[in-house]
Design a protein around this ligand. Structure first.
Ligand code: UD1
Ligand code: UDP
Length: 363
């Protein structure tokens, strides 16, 4: 089997690291990096730490308006797919890189497989929600991380080629946790003790592109009863500067560069709680047993809220302030995201599907 995998943004590198390794054990992979994330700390560091093979292609698309960025990815990806002639295109998550892959794959009538299928926030103003819906509907194979995601797909009539595999980020955390405890020195470097700081990340468009939301988050976090470590996405840094919030943020928060995966996992593991608008971080907090305050009104990772590890508090200053002080004990510790073998299952299902496809005579 020959599979072309498309990645482009930070969380996709983490997911692909798990699947790529399994894929290369049994078949051939052509790895394509769209270039959506290009800064060293948002891209190269993940390839090095997670031992992801050097991409065969980098489309070099970089940042632009969403339409132009997606169009440039489609334009540059199609000739590569044509030349490489893979049996399938493998896509991850919900970024513009995912959507570009879905369009190229389905237009060329290739088998399109989507890892992390079926997630819904039910907020259609989120660019990622549209990317997810379109990708799931274009895909031939949907690999859902949870039963809830299966239900979402079924409710939209997507039932063929749908499998509940568990979540590849759970596989990733199981590998990274011990490694990060052994190798990372980030807590010493920052001079913080486990359990005595809050970790925060913000990058969602609804929070960064709206000055009042970003100001409310900064002010809410600034009132925290313990130090706040804030690895800031470049998008957030730009907005903090543009809105005149930079001094306020750096006066009260420990604003640091985006971290590599191992240092970030160490920070998350050791945090008293995390405040975030990231999808991946909500889930990783749950896996590591760190309580999470989500700086959004809704989430696609609903299981984390249902079992009490995650609270949806939105970008609301007083709510952030209150929730950072409130002590709560999560009610239960279920395992809705599989057993840490999602990567292996995905590769097996892909292989089975491609063999069946080959054996089925064209009508
Ligand atoms: C993208 C994804 C989002 C994902 C996130 C992971 C879409 C629509 N959004 O958001 O779903 O959660 O990645 O982090 O696909 N920038 C840099 N250096 C980089 C990359 C970006 O400085 O290497 C800055 C640029 O100013 C750019 C801005 O960040 O305009 C936003 O980058 P972009 O890739 O469009 O979206 P993200 O916010 O990173
Ligand atoms: N992450 C990281 N360093 C950071 C912030 C996040 O390694 O400074 C990792 C995090 O552990 C998770 C992924 O990046 O695996 C989440 O990416 P992000 O929050 O950018 O995107 P989302 O998950 O919201 O799409």
């Amino acid at each position: 089997m020959r599979v072309c995998s498309i990645v482009g943004a930070r969380p996709q590198f983490v997911k692909a690291a798990i699947v790529s390794r399994k894929l290369r054990d049994v078949g051939e992979e052509v790895l394509v990096h769209t270039g959506q994330h290009y800064d060293e700390e948002l891209s190269d560091v993940f390839f090095e730490e997670l031992d992801i093979p050097e991409p065969e292609y980098n489309l070099g698309v970089e940042s632009d308006t969403h339409g132009r960025q997606t169009a440039a990815m489609i334009d540059r990806l199609e000739p590569i797919v044509e030349a490489e002639d893979p049996d399938a295109l493998l896509l991850y998550g919900d970024t513009n890189s995912t959507l570009a892959g879905a369009i190229v794959g389905s237009k060329r009538d290739l088998v399109v497989a989507h890892v992390e299928a079926g997630l819904r926030s039910d907020n259609r103003s989120m660019p990622e929600e549209i990317n997810r819906i379109l990708t799931d509907h274009a895909a031939d194979l949907c690999f859902a991380p949870s039963e809830e995601a299966m239900v979402n797909l079924a409710s939209e009539g997507v039932t063929d080629g749908v499998y509940c595999t568990g979540d590849v980020m759970y596989d990733a955390i199981l590998e990274a946790r011990d490694r990060s405890q052994r190798q990372s020195t980030i807590l010493d470097e920052l001079g913080v003790e486990p359990g005595e700081y809050v970790l925060a990340t913000v990058h969602r468009a609804s929070n960064t592109d709206d000055r009042s939301n970003l100001a409310a988050i900064v002010d809410g976090l600034a009132d925290a009863p313990r130090p706040v470590i804030f690895p800031a996405h470049p998008r957030t840094v730009e907005c903090l500067r543009e809105y005149g919030l930079w001094d306020r943020a750096t006066e009260h928060l420990e604003v640091i560069d985006p971290q590599g995966y191992l240092d970030f996992v160490r920070l998350l593991d050791g945090a008293e709680r995390v405040a975030t608008d990231s999808g991946g971080v909500q889930k990783e907090a749950f896996f590591l047993g760190t309580r999470c305050l989500t700086l959004r009104a809704e989430t696609e990772w609903v299981e984390t809220v249902e079992c009490g590890w995650n609270r949806l508090i939105g970008p609301n200053r007083s709510r952030i302030r209150e929730e950072l002080r409130e002590n709560w004990t999560p009610e239960s510790n279920p395992h809705p995201y599989g057993d840490g073998t999602a990567g292996r299952r995905i590769v097996q299902l892909l292989e089975d599907h491609l063999q069946t496809d080959e054996a089925t005579p064209a009508v």
